[in-house]
Write a protein that binds this ligand. Structure first.
Ligand code: NAD
Length: 316
């Protein structure tokens, strides 16, 4: 990562997700420069104008229509370009369209720089994280997918809401694919060190197993439900992007369930998926070897296999 005092981010894709991510970064005070790139010149200009008109209410940040040259000075390049899910469409359905968009974008970035961290948000995010790693030639540690950071946030929110405790005090992770095969790591879930099993045994206010299944289904189907109602999801994912950027720019060593290309962890390799990982200025410092139970290990392997099948079909 560039060691200049100025913290700069380039955002590629000025759609719902890219522009909301830029807005959260603008408000965060974390960066002093945001360059925005989109093939739709009018759209990106409009977003830049709109954001700049709020400048007097935030700490100064230079926001401009950018070009790929901006990636050279950027600490992080966020990629949110490409098509979104239509109602009823799975994330995997998007793969061919968005892989073609990525070939072009990653080629443009890699021609300019090899020093930044690439943060992939476009869906299917795990496949495109792998594609980005392959096409860019960057080290695995600097190709990060937003992965299940959003799903983990949804999981913690719903669990916290169910038991009446601040979501920030619920320790829980969704791992694997950001999509239909994602895995709730129930065995790792705890509240103030009390395992979820123990917590449920003491509480007995609901049918524990049924509630768990409902909460997991709500997490897994959240994007479908939101897209049915409002056409796209962007607020929570933009906050997730801001959180990942913060962990990188502030060198935090924070644990986040980002997606990255595995090299043998849990017996899985040559596919990108999410596991609790330590994030700092180098990108992914380390993927944690968290103890999963047999069922979770099996589901994680299935999630990896299903992603591998898509990669095979794409032929990258
Ligand atoms: P959108 O259609 O509003 O925006 C996409 C933008 O990409 C458009 O402005 C388009 O002009 C631009 N674009 C297309 N090709 C480009 C190229 N080659 N170079 C530069 N810009 C290009 O879509 P959206 O709602 O912002 O969603 C963007 C992506 O984010 C989708 O794939 C969506 O599924 C994904 N998403 C991911 C998560 C997550 O958790 N990872 C959550 C929500 C959405």
């Amino acid at each position: 990562m560039a060691s200049r005092a100025v913290k700069k981010v380039t955002v590629i894709g000025a759609g719902f997700v890219g522009s909301t991510a830029a807005y959260t970064l603008m408000m965060s005070g974390l960066v002093s420069e945001i360059a925005f790139i989109d093939v739709d010149a009018g759209k990106v200009e409009g977003e830049v104008m709109d954001l700049n008109h709020g400048m007097q209410f935030v700490r100064p940040v230079k926001i401009k229509v950018g070009a790929y040259e901006d990636c050279a000075e950027s600490d992080i390049v966020i990629i949110a370009a490409g098509a979104g899910q239509k109602p009823g469409e799975t994330r995997i359905d998007l793969v061919h369209r968005n892989a073609a968009v990525f070939k072009n974008i990653i080629g443009n970035i890699a021609r300019i720089t090899r020093n930044c961290i690439l943060l992939v948000v476009t869906n299917p995010v795990d496949i495109l994280t792998y594609v980005t790693w392959k096409f860019s030639g960057f080290p695995r540690s600097r190709v990060i997918g937003s992965g299940t950071v959003l799903d983990t946030a949804r999981f913690r929110y719903l669990l916290g809401d169910h038991i009446g405790i601040d979501a920030r005090n619920v320790h829980a992770y969704i791992i694997g694919e950001h999509g239909d095969t994602e895995v709730p790591a129930w065995s790792l879930t705890n509240i103030a060190g009390i395992s979820m099993d123990e917590y449920c045994m003491r509480c007995r206010m609901c049918n524990g197993q049924l509630s768990r299944e409902n909460i997991y289904a709500e997490v897994r189907n959240a994007a479908y439900r939101i897209i049915e109602r409002k056409g796209a999801t962007y607020y929570a994912v933009a906050l997730a992007v801001r959180r990942i950027a913060e962990a990188i720019l502030r060198d935090e060593n924070s644990i986040l369930t980002v997606s990255s290309t595995l090299e043998g962890q849990y017996g899985i390799e040559d596919v990108a998926l999410s596991l609790p990982s330590i994030i700092n200025r180098n990108g992914i410092e380390r993927i944690l070897d968290v103890p999963l139970n047999d069922k979770e290990n099996e589901l994680l392997a299935k999630s990896a296999d299903s992603l591998k099948n898509v990669i095979k079909e794409l032929g990258v």
